[in-house]
Design a protein around this ligand. Structure first.
Ligand code: ADP
Length: 477
């Protein structure tokens, strides 16, 4: 008989409590699906500013965690839902701030978080068989568990899964961080946390976890190469036997054009062309683009180098004379924000740029656009292209990472496939794909097929959750 799976899922972002990108979406949906499949799962994240009041969190306990020779109070809160209980680690100094990351003391903030998570387990007598860590912010838990707390019986049997959502963000800090977290300098070597003169939290996760997953199969292979490995390809290759790729899913009931209350006109696969056009007219009016039946290219994204914004700037400038429109929603690097805003000021009838994080507008764009631009430099999995297909919006993507695993090139002859895919990371390649897209859009018959193909895709969590469960079972049996 299989053992009951008891899992603690740890992430720095879990929607709706805190979100800046895909990590939060996964933290929201994966544990819920695992819970529905019988896994006894709870999750934990930092208690960021405003969460206590907004979600009426229940305070559970307080205890002291030591860092920097300082006693820090950890206030534990919880939010109970049907399937999953979420715990929050509170400390006003560290987490009652305007942003989640980007502070000089991020090393201590997430070091404190990591220790507090482990100590919370003893205080609340929660004993998971597996702790599932995500990205650099919680990666140090693996080191504390396997090295610093391993002499304590309570922690001895616990296994660790570590999921890499984005290898680019590694949590790199100075060597002095070790001391601040009461960790010995013995960890400052290449077989441990050292990374080119710094220490890397991500590397701790890679080395001290029992199993590593990444969020798509292609990305699992890519990160073991110098091109995508961000200097960690060597250590990843060395640990290749414990790496596996499991492609993310989305919540098909929650993201449903038929019922979505954020969008103006609900539609389904059989009236998608009409429904999308109605939404497009509404969006055009709402954001001040001319109301017309021209192909609309949407983008909802962090504005960072990873997302191929340079390529968009170039391709859009070159195509601006065509009878097409662009709408971009995003926040991120200020130089991208400025360049996009400048371009939209120059061509207000062609390009609308909105610099904000706005879920409702995001959904309107997914529903109203004909194409979704995602020309990423690299893409661990990417959820936006999956959302766009769900809404019958044809993705135009670069051939990398999870985009390869989720978007299949459209073939005119057989009318199969869901999107347009280009290989070379340059503006011209994106421009050519956009032009090809315009051609497809003009052929009503072809267009209906590709929209239908997109809406027929099922990247649900069902299969992926089963794979996680298999991996959890491997760990504890
Ligand atoms: P990443 O995690 O690299 O940012 P993903 O495609 O995996 O990329 O996930 C991005 C998620 O964040 C999607 O749900 C997308 O809709 C959402 N998102 C990104 N930017 C914004 C924004 N400005 N407003 C609302 N949602 C956004």
């Amino acid at each position: 008989m299989k053992k009951q799976l008891n899992v603690l899922y740890v992430a720095a972002e879990i929607a709706p409590f805190g979100a800046t990108g895909g990590l939060a979406d996964v933290g929201e949906s994966l544990p819920e699906v695992l819970g529905e499949k019988g896994v006894n799962i709870s999750r934990v994240m930092p208690k960021y500013k405003g969460l206590e009041d907004r979600y009426k969190l229940e305070k559970v306990c307080s205890f002291i965690v030591e860092t920097s020779g300082k006693a820090n109070v950890a206030n534990i809160y919880k939010y109970k839902e049907d399937v999953v209980t979420t715990y929050f680690i509170g400390n006003d100094d560290y987490f009652e701030r305007d942003n989640y990351y980007g502070y000089n003391d991020d090393d201590i903030r997430f070091g404190f978080f990591s220790k507090a998570v482990l100590e919370m387990l003893i205080v609340l007598s929660i004993k998971p068989g597996i702790i599932h860590l995500n990205d650099w912010q919680s990666a140090l838990i693996s080191l504390f568990l396997k090295k610093e707390y391993s002499h304590i019986d309570f922690y001895k049997e616990i296994k660790v899964m570590y999921t890499i959502h984005n290898l680019q963000y590694q949590g790199l800090f100075n060597k002095e961080t070790l001391d601040k977290l009461c960790l010995s300098t013995k960890y400052f070597n290449m077989e441990s946390l050292e990374y080119y003169g710094k220490i890397s939290y991500m590397k701790a996760g890679i080395i001290f976890s029992d199993i590593i997953t990444t969020v798509s199969e292609t990305y699992a292979k890519e990160i073991q190469t110098p091109l995508y490995g961000y200097g960690l390809d060597g250590i990843l290759k060395k640990n290749k036997n414990k790496i596996c790729g499991i492609t993310n899913g989305i919540h098909y009931d929650k993201f449903n054009p038929q019922t979505d209350s954020y969008i103006k006109f609900n539609y389904h696969i059989d009236n998608a062309i009409h429904g999308k056009n109605e939404n497009k007219k509404y969006l055009q009016k709402h954001i001040g683009l001319p109301i017309k039946n021209a192909p609309l290219f949407g983008m909802v994204s962090r504005l960072s180098e990873q997302k191929g914004i340079d390529l968009c700037l170039k391709a859009i400038s070159q195509l601006i004379k065509e009878d097409i429109q662009f709408v971009i929603l995003g926040t991120g690097d200020s130089h991208y924000e400025e360049q996009l805003l400048q371009l939209s000021k120059k061509y207000p009838d062609k390009l609308k740029v909105m610099i904000e994080f706005n879920q409702e507008m995001a959904r309107l764009i997914y529903a109203s656009s004909d194409f979704f631009l995602m020309p990423s430099l690299f893409e661990p999995c990417g959820l936006s292209q999956i959302y766009s297909m769900r809404f019958g919006t044809v993705p135009i993507v670069r051939k990398t990472g999870g985009l390869v695993d989720t978007v299949k090139p459209f073939d005119i002859g057989s009318k199969t496939g869901t999107g347009l895919i280009f290989q070379h990371y340059n503006g011209d390649a994106l421009k050519e794909s956009i032009k090809k897209g315009i051609g497809l859009y003009k052929n009503t018959d072809i267009w209906k097929s590709i929209v239908r193909n997109c809406m027929s895709q099922r990247f649900s969590w069902d299969e992926s959750a089963k794979m996680y469960i298999d991996k959890y079972n491997e760990l504890i049996n």
